[in-house]
Design a binder for this molecule. Structure first.
Ligand SMILES: Nc1ncnc2c1ncn2[C@@H]1O[C@H](COP(=O)(O)OP(=O)(O)OP(=O)(O)O)[C@@H](O)[C@H]1O
Length: 482
């Protein structure tokens, strides 16, 4: 009995047997019944006040009919409640969007707070290890507000003192399954407060057809698809470099072609030039006539084209030095977007060491110095490992489409991206459900955004070529197309 007990074990030992050396007795203080009752009543009143304060509309909707029946009898109650209910139903039928925004989602949020989150909060956080049950008391993170958007529940949480964001991101799976959601994303609202996003359904489940070619000339951001929250996905191309990683069939082509499509009016106006490197000969060759003379397919031609881009970059840098610090696209100095499909063919898998070095050096030069003078690189690759793409960190913006392994997610999007909800390895391999779906992590934000690119079909590319084809005959230095 005198053995040292670990932690709180000793407090649980109660021995009332007189023959043991030491008799532990719990200190029992009898609380008078009126104090217990008073505590219960106070809690009930506080709970009611809190509910009225937090959900005035929901409480009014529930209480008003009862109050009317009680005050004026059931007939009057019926007469007074049926017209507003009919009005609400008519509103819901006639203008679903505004009804959902102003009434429907608030009621849904209240219902989900009460029925899902508050009811399951204690067991889920205790079992997942985010809360503790000590000596009969629960130490739980505080469940805050629940808001419903068209596709997800947004739940605010106040962490327990001493918890870290990683404690929560590590348990995202427990939370998702515990609350019956397909996934859970954790983001930081402010110190000590988190926002948990539980999708209710997948707004990106259906493929998006190609977006219309814009009427306005713009150098970006280019609208290329949809974000999970329903907003357009606009990809910044000018002033950055973009790396798109995805397994075979992940839909890298749809990002490349949607970007090209959105830039076509600017290309026609002379504000943008598209330079295409197509070592696989399967993707960009399809719209080969859109690139005029700036198209290369063999490794030698790709190296030449990249070195030409470096020359333009150096010439611009010499001209801009001391005059301007950033680039504005003009017809004299258009924005040049160098598009590389399957960049690993040119870097890792290139057997000719000299060519490989030339290409890697040119790409590294463009990605380190190109953006200030109006040259951007959009590169796609299947395998994001460092030995395959040792300059992947030189691309400020990255997109992870479906990937084969979970470790690849952080390789593409940076450390902690998967923990923060970028589940690129769980995207469906069925093209109808998962092609073009991916996660973006922009330079400015640590939280990955789930997106889907619009699918530009072969017919769309044919139509783009017929409307916007460029002559192939001349190059920047007067040479024939590469
Ligand atoms: N955004 C999209 N929406 C719906 N389906 C798509 C989308 N993008 C591609 N697909 C479908 O997926 C198939 C594969 O797409 P794609 O060829 O672009 O993949 P990829 O990543 O370029 O593959 P690979 O590296 O093997 O060339 C397409 O033939 C098409 O049917």
């Amino acid at each position: 009995m005198f053995k040292k007990m670990p932690g709180e074990e000793s407090q649980r030992i109660v021995s009332t047997t007189p023959d043991t050396a030491v008799v532990f007795k719990p200190a029992v203080v009898t609380t008078p019944a009126f104090i217990t009752l008073a505590v219960f009543v106070a809690r009930l009143v506080a709970g009611l006040a809190r509910t009225i304060w937090r959900h005035p509309v929901a409480v009014a909707v529930a209480v008003a009919p009862l109050a009317l029946c009680w005050l004026y009898g059931w007939r009057a109650g019926l007469l007074l409640t049926v017209p507003p209910l009919t009005g609400l139903a008519t509103w819901a039928v006639l203008d679903r969007t505004s009804f959902a925004r102003l009434v429907g989602r608030r009621l849904l949020a209240w219902w989900r707070l009460v029925w899902i989150y508050r009811r399951l909060w204690q067991p889920v956080v205790i079992i997942s290890g985010l809360g503790k049950h000590l000596q009969g008391r629960d130490y739980l993170p505080r469940l805050g507000k629940v808001t419903c958007t068209a596709w997800a529940d947004l739940v605010t949480v106040r962490m327990l003192n001493g918890q870290t964001v990683k404690d929560w991101t590590d348990r995202a799976d427990h939370l998702a399954h515990g609350f019956g959601a397909p996934s859970c994303r954790v983001s930081v609202l402010k110190a000590g407060r988190l926002l948990l996003t539980f999708p209710r359904h997948d707004p990106l489940a259906d493929p998006l057809p190609a977006l219309p070619i814009p009427d306005r000339t713009s150098v970006g951001p280019v609208e290329i698809g949809k974000q999970e929250n329903g907003l357009p996905w606009r990809l910044k191309v000018h002033g950055t470099h973009i790396l798109v990683a995805g397994a075979t069939g992940a839909g890298k082509g749809s990002i490349i072609w949607s970007t090209i499509r959105g830039l076509l009016p600017a290309v026609q106006a002379g504000l943008v030039e598209l330079w295409a490197l197509d070592p696989k000969l399967m993707e960009l060759s399809f719209g080969r006539d859109l690139f005029g003379p700036r198209y290369a397919a063999t490794p030698e031609a790709c190296a030449d084209l990249l070195e030409q881009a470096v020359k333009v970059m150096q010439e611009r840098a010499a001209r801009f030095a001391g005059v301007q610090r950033s680039h504005t696209p003009t017809t004299q100095d258009p924005f040049i977007l160098v598009i590389v499909d399957e960049v690993a063919f040119l870097t890792a898998y290139q057997a000719d060491k000299h060519l490989r070095q030339r290409i890697t050096a040119a790409l590294a030069t463009l990605t380190t110095q190109g953006r200030a003078v109006g040259i951007g690189v959009l590169a796609a690759l299947q395998d994001p490992r460092k030995e395959v793409m040792n300059i992947r960190n030189l691309f400020p913006d990255k997109i992870a489409l479906r990937l084969d392994e979970s470790e690849q997610v952080d390789m593409v999007l940076g450390d902690g991206a998967r923990d923060r909800g970028a589940l690129a390895d769980q995207i469906s391999p069925d093209p109808a459900k998962g092609a073009g779906v991916g996660y973006v992590r922009l330079e400015a934000s640590p939280d990955p955004i789930r997106v889907r690119a619009a699918y530009v079909s072969d017919d769309d590319i044919h139509a783009m070529v017929s409307a916007f084809a460029r002559p192939r005959a001349f190059g920047i230095d007067g040479r024939e197309a590469l």
